[in-house]
Design a protein around this ligand. Structure first.
Ligand SMILES: Cc1ncc(COP(=O)(O)O)c(C=O)c1O
Length: 532
C-alpha cells in the first residue's frame, strides 16, 4: 500500500518522494530536471496513485484492521494487463524442439505452417519475455476481465485451518472458464491474416465453447470435433457452441479420413482428445480457408493465459499477501501455467518475497505426469501432426475411460511444465474422481460456487494442504485457480451424489504397454524410455 508523505517537485531540482510501502518508508528519487523526465515522473506517480491509492484499498485495509478479511478483491478494467508473459527465456535450459520422427532433427516450419496462423507460430517459436496484447483483444477481455480473486473465508472456517486460502475465479467468462483468454487472441490473429474458419477439438466442451465464442466475435466460422463421450454426456455444451454459430461433430466422425479410419477399426470408439485433434488438424490442412486452433499444451496458448497470474499478483498486493503455494489442475497445463508463470518470473528474477512452491494436480484416470514417461511422443492419435513433442505421456494411443473430468483426459502435457517438473521446480499429485468430487462438494457448500470437475482436483490438493497446516499450526497462504464453473457438469455431480462414480486409476501396465508400442515404432526411443 502506498501513501504519499511528502512530494517536492521543481523544474530543475531533483525530486524526492517518500512513500509508505508495507509499513516501511521508502524514498524514491527522481531527477526531474528536464521536461521528459518530469513527464515520466508524473506518469509513474499517476500509475501508483491509480492502483495503490484507490478508494477500494481503504476498504481492504479497514476490513483488515477490524479483523474482517475481504471476501473478494476486484480490479478496475484499466488493470487488464497490456502484455502477456512468456516463460521460455527464463527456463533453466532451452526447451527441446518438436522433432521430425524420421530424421530426429527439429521439425521444419513447413509441417507447422499449414496448421497454425503465422503470428501464433511466431509467438510459439519466439524468445520474447513480454508480448504485447493487441488493443482489440484487451477490448474483448473487458467483457469479463479482470476476474475476481476470492478469499475462501467460509472454507477456511469449515476446515478450522490457520492457512489462508485464495482462489482466482475464471468461471465468470461467457463460456465459463479460462479458455477464452487464448481463444480470443487466436481468433483475432487468424482473422487479421484473412482466415474465415477455425477448427479444433474439445474434450469437456469448455475449449470448444471458448473457440465458438471467439470466432463469433470476429465474424469467423468454427468447426468443433467433440470427443464422443463428452458429446453424449454434455448435450448443453454442444447447444451452447451451436448457438454461437459453430458446427459440432461427435469425434471420431465420418467428416475426416482419420475419423473414418478409427471408426472402421472400432465403430463403438468413445473417442479421445488425441483422435479429435487428428480430425481437427486434418480438416484445417485440407481446406484453404481454415486453420487449426489449439486449447492447451503449446507455449503461445500458455502465454495468453498469463493474464490470470499477472492480475492475481496485483490483487494479492492490494491485500498485502503473497502465496506460499500455487496450485492448479492440469489437462494440458494451460490454466495452471497462466497462474504460476508470473510467480515463477518473480522467483527467477529475485523479486519473490517468499520461497513460493508450485503444485500441479491431475486425475488418476489420466496420470501422465505422475505415472507417465518423459519422452518424445505424437501429440495426436492418427499422426496428422507430423512431429514428436518431448513431454510426459501415457501414450498417444490412450483411450480414456469416460470419467467426468473431461478436460484432464489428454495423454500428454505442456513441454514447459514437463521440464520444470523434471527439474523439481513444479511438484505434481494425482487424485481419483470420488475424492475430487467430495472436495468440490465441500467447496460449493461453503463458498457457494459450483466448480467444474477439473478444478475440483486443485481444491482437493488445497484442502489436504490446509488440513496439514491445521496439524502443524502453519499460517501458510495457499492460492489456487478455480478455472471454470460446473454448470454443464451436472451428470458428474449426480453420479457422485448417487454413488455411481468409481475411484478409477489408470493401470501402470497399460502405460508400459503404450510405451512398448512407441519403442516398436521408434527403436531409438528405447534409451529415452527407461522403464520404471
Ligand atoms: C474447466 C477446465 N479446466 C481445466 C482444463 C484442463 O486444461 P488445461 O490444463 O489446459 O487448463 C480444461 C480443459 O478442457 C477445462 O475445461
Amino acid at each position: 500500500m502506498w501513501r504519499i508523505n511528502e512530494c517536492e517537485l521543481s523544474r530543475y531540482d531533483p525530486c524526492f518522494l517518500v512513500v509508505w510501502h508495507r509499513r516501511k518508508p521508502r524514498t524514491l528519487t527522481f531527477f526531474a530536471n528536464s521536461t521528459p523526465r518530469r513527464k515520466q515522473m508524473h506518469f509513474s506517480v499517476r500509475v501508483s496513485l491509480k492502483y495503490h491509492i484507490h478508494r477500494q484499498l481503504w476498504t481492504y485495509k479497514s476490513r483488515r484492521m477490524m479483523s474482517m478479511p475481504s471476501h473478494k478483491v476486484v480490479l478496475d478494467e484499466e488493470a487488464i494487463p497490456k502484455k502477456w508473459y512468456c516463460i521460455v527465456p527464463d527456463l533453466p535450459e532451452p526447451l527441446p524442439p518438436p522433432i521430425d520422427p524420421v530424421t530426429r532433427e527439429p521439425a521444419k516450419p513447413d509441417v507447422l505452417v499449414p496448421v497454425f496462423g503465422m503470428e501464433l507460430l511466431k509467438q510459439e517459436a519466439g524468445q520474447q519475455r513480454w508480448v504485447d496484447i493487441p488493443e482489440e483483444v484487451r477490448e474483448v477481455y473487458r467483457l469479463w476481465r479482470p476476474t475476481p480473486l476470492y478469499r475462501a473465508v467460509n472454507l477456511e472456517k469449515a476446515l478450522k485451518t490457520p492457512a489462508k486460502i485464495y482462489y482466482k475465479y475464471e468461471g465468470v467468462s461467457p463460456p465459463g472458464s479460462h479458455k477464452p483468454n487464448t481463444s480470443v487472441p487466436q481468433a483475432y490473429y487468424n482473422m487479421k491474416e484473412g482466415r474465415e474458419r477455425l477448427t479444433t477439438e474439445t474434450g469437456a466442451g469448455q475449449w470448444g465453447s471458448a473457440l465458438a465464442f471467439a470466432c463469433m466475435l470476429f465474424g469467423m466460422k468454427s468447426t468443433i470435433y467433440m470427443v464422443r463421450a463428452s458429446f453424449n454426456q454434455k448435450p448443453y455444451r454442444r447447444i451452447m457452441m451451436e448457438t454461437w454459430g459453430a458446427e459440432v461433430f461427435s469425434s471420431p466422425s465420418r467428416n475426416t479420413g482419420s475419423g473414418r479410419r478409427i471408426l472402421r477399426e472400432d465403430p463403438e470408439s468413445t473417442g479421445s482428445l488425441g483422435i479429435a485433434i487428428s480430425e481437427a488438424v486434418e480438416d484445417a490442412v485440407t481446406h484453404e480457408e481454415a486453420k487449426y486452433a489449439i486449447g492447451s499444451v503449446l507455449t503461445h496458448v500458455l502465454t495468453h493465459q498469463t493474464v490470470i497470474g499477472i492480475e492475481t499478483k496485483e490483487q494479492l498486493e492490494l491485500v498485502d499477501e503473497y502465496p506460499d503455494l500455487v496450485v492448479g489442475c492440469i489437462g494440458g497445463g494451460s490454466s495452471f501455467s497462466g497462474l504460476y508463470w508470473p510467480f515463477y518470473y518473480d522467483k527467477v528474477s529475485d523479486k519473490s518475497p517468499k520461497d513460493v512452491e508450485f503444485l500441479a494436480v491431475e486425475s488418476t484416470a489420466c496420470p501422465k505426469v505422475t505415472r507417465g514417461y518423459y519422452t518424445y511422443d505424437h501429440p495426436d492419435t492418427a499422426h496428422v501432426l507430423q512431429f514428436l513433442v518431448k513431454m510426459h505421456t501415457i501414450g498417444h494411443t490412450f483411450i480414456p475411460p469416460p470419467i467426468h473430468a473431461g478436460g484432464l483426459r489428454y495423454h500428454g502435457m505442456a513441454p514447459t511444465l514437463c521440464m520444470l517438473k523434471e527439474k523439481g521446480i513444479v511438484k505434481s499429485r494425482a487424485y481419483n474422481q470420488v475424492d475430487v468430487f467430495e472436495a468440490g462438494q465441500l467447496f460449493t457448500k461453503t463458498e457457494g460456487i459450483l466448480p467444474a470437475p477439473e478444478p475440483n482436483h486443485a481444491i482437493k490438493a488445497v484442502v489436504n494442504e490446509a488440513l496439514r497446516c491445521k496439524e502443524t499450526g502453519e499460517e501458510k497462504t495457499l492460492l489456487f485457480l478455480l478455472c471454470g464453473h460446473g454448470h454443464f457438469d451436472m451428470q458428474g455431480y449426480d453420479d457422485y451424489l448417487n454413488g455411481r462414480l468409481l475411484p478409477y486409476e489408470y493401470p501402470k501396465e497399460k502405460v508400459d504397454e503404450a510405451m512398448r508400442k512407441l519403442v516398436k515404432m521408434y527403436p531409438w526411443l528405447k534409451e529415452e524410455i527407461n522403464f520404471k
